[in-house]
Design a protein around this ligand. Sequence first.
Ligand SMILES: O=P(O)(O)OC[C@H]1O[C@](O)(CO)[C@@H](O)[C@@H]1O
Length: 402
Amino acid sequence: MTGPFNGEAGVRGHRHLDLELIDDASALTDADPGGMLRATASAGAQVRESAALAAEANLEAIADEGRPRAVVVAGVGTAGRTGDILATVAGARCPVPVLSHRSAGIPGWVGVGDVVLAVSASGRSPEALAAAEAAARRGARLVAIGAPDSDLELLADRARAPFIPVPRRAPARASLWALTVPVLLAARTLGLVKVNEADLAETAARLDLDADRCRPSLESFVNPAKSLALDLGNSVPIIWGSSSLATVAARRFADTLSSNARYPAVAGSLGEANRGRVGLLDGVYGGLAEAARDIFADPDEGAADPTRLRLVLLRDGGLSDESDDQGEPLALEERRADAVQALAERRGVRVSVVTAEGGSPLERLASLVAVPDFASIYLGLAHGLDPMAVPAVSEMKELSNR
Ligand SMILES: O=P(O)(O)OC[C@H]1O[C@](O)(CO)[C@@H](O)[C@@H]1O
């Protein structure tokens, strides 16, 4: 079926990629009525704004009792991703465990001596609310991060816990940076992560620069997000990160591909994939599909192009300390990334590479997130989808809350 699909739940879209739309800035704006492109372009501003908002919260209160036993970041979806970001930015040298907790409440062992960061963009996810309540009840130190005037703020007030507001900007995935910066700054107050003012300023500047390079008025041959979207069109993306930092970016890309473009994606760490999932390159959507493809076939004569993988390799290349046993040596990560590219190319599987830029881990992460974020939106728009509204998510909430 290539025509538009109008489902019961207001699902619209088409299987083919609308190549003309991609390079028509005003058509792109019309196809994005909720302003997802604009919201995503605010990433740099989010970093600056949330750093200022965090400075106004009384975060020092959580440092009075000294270093915690563990930090639990409680939240789901994008809010949950901020815990992964904290863990990777804190790195292998982080003196205490950092746990991303993605279901309701908090683990049984959490109590006095631990810190719980309850994160929810809307300030009303049952998971984050239950975590905040449980943390207060068990005497753990609590910081709440979410929408102002929300249930979460109320809970924080009641528990006399610091609250950092996240200006409302639906949907949550468009607020990644507004959610992440308060999490990092709370952890910095506890002495767990090194993020200084220059790192924040440079990260914000990097996000601004990438938003400019990915703007709708810039055509696909010079716009890295549009060209990545075109690379991925009608493929099954496999996204592997070369380092732990790049793996967080890979998982974020899978999140935005599924929500903005409604594409399935396999995402993970190359360090782990090379012991198993790398076998996908040999399989029915990998080498076998490439071998069966007739490059001279005329698509107008009904020759079906098999569904194929597209490998997206997120390469970090950041400085890692090879003088001790903290984390993996950079040379090994780089060798693995070169190897998987060679493996894909030998099988005819096409590869897109995004390479991190910048000095600090936060800026490098930003450089691996920004272009893929925009690419997922352009890909959704090219299929006639509204990247902002995901009917299946609303329908799921409605059906499961009955
Ligand atoms: O950050 P919140 O508002 O708690 O929402 C959690 C998740 O739930 C969703 O709103 C979907 O229901 C996601 O978009 C979001 O990441």
